[in-house]
Write a protein that binds this ligand. Sequence first.
Ligand code: ADP
Length: 426
Amino acid sequence: MTISLGSIADDYTGASDLANTLTRNGLRTVQTVGIPQPSLALPDVDAVVVSLKIRSVAANEAVASAMTAEAWLRQNGARHVLYKVCSTFDSTAAGNIGPVTEALAGADAKTALLVTPAFPQTGRTVYLGHLFVGEQPLNESPLKDHPLNPMHDANLVRVMQAQSIGTVGLVDLATVAAGPQAVREKLAALYAEGFTTAIADAVFERDLETLGEVALENRVSTGASGLGLGLARALARSAEVSARSGEDADVTRPVGGPAAIIAGSCSKMTLAQLAFAERSMPVLRLDPERLVKGPDEVSAAISWAGERMAAGPVVIAASAEPETVSRLQSRYGREASGHAIEAATSTITAELVARGVRRLVIAGGETSGAAVDRLAIPAFLIGPEIAPGVPVLRTIGNTQGDMLLALKSGNFGGEDFFVAALSMMR
Ligand code: ADP
């Protein structure tokens, strides 16, 4: 297998989002869970996104994992590697966007490396280095209150500089609007002046197409799914990848077996989706207090599902209204209760798969990550989109046999998401 584009994603749901964008823009894409084992046989694909969990770990740990992932991608033919970060540039002065970008760049970069989290279709735009989330500058958006990495400065040149050893420059919108050659010249000029990386402005999709074309000529770039879109379109225009829709019927070939929906997200949309599903499927509402206290609630849920799943899809939800969540958090602590519930939903998921479930929908970013880790699924092939940003996934190299999954973070999808997902997963 020789891949045209490699990517290292700093978290799992970000990896899915990118893999979905690459697929929608013409690249057959695989998302691996962690760094692939040498024994993993991947199908013939254009792009591989290696999902890591390195957004909030110590910088040296993030760098070490990213370098190992990079080595795997290069060995498998990737000439360009995109370091996929969050479109709200989630990081601190300690990293990890700066340290990982600089480590991947290595010593032989001949130009300043492009960095942009812009993704206009989700409201992330960058102008004169300042990131806007919808109509708000980053530092006035809800990201100012993020529990792990509060973003207090919208000026990404400053934010990136604080976590970099080299000097960070700017490729402004006027240059980007002038086209690829202008951007190339600007990056070379910045490099000659001693800049090693540059935040690039982008307000429209065409800006990302320009940036993608130039980024592809270098070994490394850093950005969100927006830059992925630019890179994918540049590759699809080149002769390097054969023209195709990016998805194929193979991905959704029926797997049969029972279906289950597991929800750990407490977002407003997930709660509405559960209420909608209740009209047509059996829904078990777990008792969060009992989940945290011991294994009885988990065993009861497994038996409940076991009695029903031959007859049709079953839904099991830890999800609760904000008052219930905060009551539990004040009693057991925010992290401890979250982790205890993730462990419980993962155990339920693994037990249902052991009992034959092959079609699985999971609601919640952390909930999905924990479950996929527990199932030890090595990789996914990306299929058609169920709702914006949420594709059908087909497992690759899964010891339990082929499965179809949909992993949905928080507010994604409409009210009918669960029903819509299962209608595409046979
Ligand atoms: P989202 O994508 O909506 O952020 P996540 O799965 O990432 O969803 O996060 C939801 C978190 O809430 C998880 O840690 C989950 O274990 C936890 N959780 C689920 N149900 C409850 C509950 N009833 N009370 C407290 N925490 C809960």
